[in-house]
Design a protein around this ligand. Structure first.
Ligand code: SF4
Length: 319
């Protein structure tokens, strides 16, 4: 059985631990504390792979290849990567997010935004840049129960972690982030004005010593092919984040993670059923929550779930 990435990482000081939190874990807590308990505390996740998330991961990888190796044969490297990733995937006959669709997304992206005419330059060594930055320390002075057992925790050093797609110089320094979607309307872009994930990346870039001012959002829209529809669409938009908003992001994020730790000390994470069905369909823990309370642990430990092994500080290499 695989060992999960630990929630609490021991330090040299007794009963003092490091905690790594990335955007996905934080978002889970913001939406449903019970989901955060299952994912972050019990370290379990559903085995089912979602076609939309998988497509996003593959497109990201292919775009990273282009940024890392913008040489003559980058496109053939991209296509080889996409085909390798999809080689053993079968999402069923009705799924439109196929290997062929992903290949066409990449080919059309390269035609829409040729490398030679990009209006920005890439900052060196910033493609798929992992970060781990301290947000503060939370005093717990409490027994806690996690996937690793029950033990005493005096305090927790909270680190925000993640991976920045890249940094570019577009007159000013911006975090460049690729987003894949199948729904592209005005509200899609509005969502990035206050986006916590993007404020976090810009905050991180600044902490790493870059004078980042905002975000260059690079959207790759893919839709189910129809007679009249547009299967591929590409848009880019810049967003600028103020110092005040970034300072507020840091405080908000530290407070939210402290709230998560308070739930841990209280040993109770309430359900928020409003989020059981969302953008990516049914919550991965629906099969657990829909059981009687006494049967949930059995379901969570069943073959429908697996240990969480994701670690943003050790990302899967693209090539
Ligand atoms: S199924 Fe609903 S209540 Fe349960 S963890 Fe998911 S969002 Fe929360």
């Amino acid at each position: 059985m695989q060992t999960p990435t630990p929630l609490f990482i021991p330090t040299d000081e007794p009963s003092v631990y490091d905690l790594h939190v990335d955007n996905s874990a934080k978002e889970l807590f913001e939406t449903c504390a019970r989901a955060a308990e299952y994912y972050s505390v019990q370290r379990r996740e559903g085995i089912g792979e979602r076609p939309a998330l998988f497509r996003g991961e593959v497109i990201h990888g292919a775009c990273a290849i282009r940024q890392l190796h913008p040489t003559d044969d980058y496109q053939s490297q991209q296509l080889g990567y996409v085909m390798r990733m999809y080689a053993d995937k079968d999402f069923g006959p009705d799924e439109w997010r196929t290997c062929e669709h992903a290949v066409n997304s990449i080919l059309n992206y390269n035609k829409t935004w040729p490398v030679e005419t990009e209006p920005f330059t890439l900052l060196p060594n910033t493609v798929e840049m992992p970060f781990k930055l301290r947000l503060g320390t939370a005093e717990l002075d409490s027994e806690v129960s996690t996937h690793a057992g029950t033990f005493y925790v005096k305090s927790v050093n909270i680190y925000y972690t993640g991976i920045i797609d890249s940094l570019v110089d577009y007159g000013t320094i911006l975090v460049k982030d690729i987003k894949t979607t199948s729904v592209l309307g005005p509200t899609f872009f509005d969502d990035f004005v206050l986006s916590s994930q993007m404020h976090g990346y810009v905050w991180a870039a600044r902490k790493l010593g870059y004078d980042a001012k905002g975000l260059l959002l690079d959207v790759i829209a893919g839709r189910k092919p129809t007679k009249s529809g547009v299967p591929h669409e590409y848009q880019r938009q810049r967003f600028f984040y103020t110092e005040e908003h970034l300072v507020e992001w840091e405080r908000d994020t530290f407070t939210l993670i402290s709230d998560f730790l308070e739930h841990l000390c209280r040993a109770y994470f309430p359900k928020s059923p409003k989020w059981c069905f969302g953008k990516y369909g049914r919550c991965q823990f629906w099969d657990v929550c829909s059981q009687l309370p006494q049967n949930r642990q059995t379901m969570l430990m069943s073959d429908l779930y697996k240990p969480v092994t994701w670690n943003p500080l050790q990302p899967t290499p693209t090539i």
